[in-house]
Design a protein around this ligand. Structure first.
Ligand SMILES: Nc1ncnc2c1ncn2[C@@H]1O[C@H](COP(=O)(O)OP(=O)(O)OP(=O)(O)O)[C@@H](O)[C@H]1O
Ligand SMILES: [Mg+2]
Length: 324
């Protein structure tokens, strides 16, 4: 009887000690986790502060320019290095197939960046990750210094004024050309007079007068492309993403579009990211180009530099390629 009582007492003491030990271990793990989260929070805070500083620096530079303290050249040079769009350690898997591999890309304010690379390398995927249409498997998208990886598509587009021309589609088939323009106009411009003025400007810029009533599905391939490009400009975007804008366009329309892109950069301070397989057309209107291969950026530089780059030549241009 006594031994039974002793056994039970020892058992109760053991359970008690064990539960204290388990609690202590759990608290230790929780504490470590909290410290780790704090550190992460702290480093992301520091990163965001640094990025906000960059935006403020640009504003300060613009003030100096507006007051005439910096001339056009000095202003352009000073803000050359200000990042507006940053892809940080982006990896993308479709099922188990890796498309993008730890990709880092800084795009500067008011830069026209060309993106080149063979079919299937992940160019459209990059645009979809920037707009939020696809979530990266790993990594972050920062716009104007703000981590927007988890900001939904519509909020991202309006908050950061993103304009996007997808590789395919981008309009409503059964609406006329004018109805498509009005639809996007009504989403972005509340004031009716402003909206109508903007749409009229686009109609004359893109020479749409004779096509206004035609259903979008009955437009030619090039006319459809022009419609989508014009729709992307209605909200006066800060960042314009163009996925193969030159495909299906005739030579004169390509020229018109190149002029629009360069004018947007000069007069509207817009940043443009454009990809296309018409490498010569693309290189003639960009400040910098990158070449993608096997999920990574293998070359980056001015149009002249990139066509001379040996990795870019072997992965994309081929040995015979010349700009002119
Ligand atoms: N939803 C998806 N599911 C599975 N694989 C996909 C999906 N979307 C894209 N891919 C694959 O990802 C790769 C990259 O596609 P992406 O469209 O980004 O290429 P791209 O560089 O734009 O090519 P292109 O020059 O032909 O337009 C391709 O191999 C494609 O098959
Ligand atoms: Mg594509």
């Amino acid at each position: 009887m006594l031994t039974n009582i002793i056994y039970i007492a020892v058992f109760i003491i053991l359970v008690f000690v064990l539960s204290i030990a388990v609690k202590a271990i759990t608290r230790g793990v929780e504490a470590k986790q909290i410290i780790k989260e704090d550190k992460n929070l702290e480093s992301s805070k520091i990163e965001n502060i640094q990025n906000v500083e960059v935006i403020n620096q640009i504003k300060e530079l613009k003030d100096l320019h507006d007051k005439g303290i910096l001339n056009e050249d000095e202003f352009k040079k000073a803000k050359e290095k200000k990042t507006i769009l940053k892809l940080e350690k982006i990896s993308m898997f479709y099922n188990k197939r890796q498309i993008l591999n730890n990709l880092n890309l800084d795009i500067n304010k008011q830069e026209i960046l060309g993106m080149l690379g063979p079919n299937g390398v992940g160019k459209s995927t990059i645009f979809q990750i920037i707009t939020g249409l696809k979530d990266p498997s790993f990594g972050k998208v920062l716009i104007e210094g703000i981590d927007c990886t988890n900001i939904p598509i519509y909020e991202r587009a309006t908050k950061f004024k993103l304009g996007y021309v997808p590789q395919y589609g981008g309009f409503i088939q059964d609406l006329s050309l004018l109805e498509n323009l009005n639809l996007v106009g009504e989403i972005h411009i509340k004031e009716k007079d402003l909206r109508n003025a903007k749409i009229e400007k686009i109609i004359s810029q893109f020479e749409f007068d004779s096509l206004l009533k035609i259903k979008a599905k009955h437009l030619s391939g090039g006319q459809k492309k022009k419609l989508v490009i014009s729709m992307s400009l209605i909200n006066d975007p800060n960042i314009l993403l163009l996925d193969e804008p030159f495909a299906a366009l005739d030579i004169l329309t390509i020229k018109m579009l190149q002029e629009i892109i360069v004018n947007l950069q000069s007069f509207e301070n817009i940043t443009v990211v454009v990809c296309d397989h018409q490498a010569r057309d693309l290189l003639s209107c960009v400040d910098r180009a990158i070449v993608l291969s096997n999920g990574k950026i293998i070359a980056s530089g001015s149009p002249d530099e990139i066509v001379k780059d040996s990795s870019a030549r072997s992965a994309y241009f081929g040995e015979e390629f010349k700009i002119n």
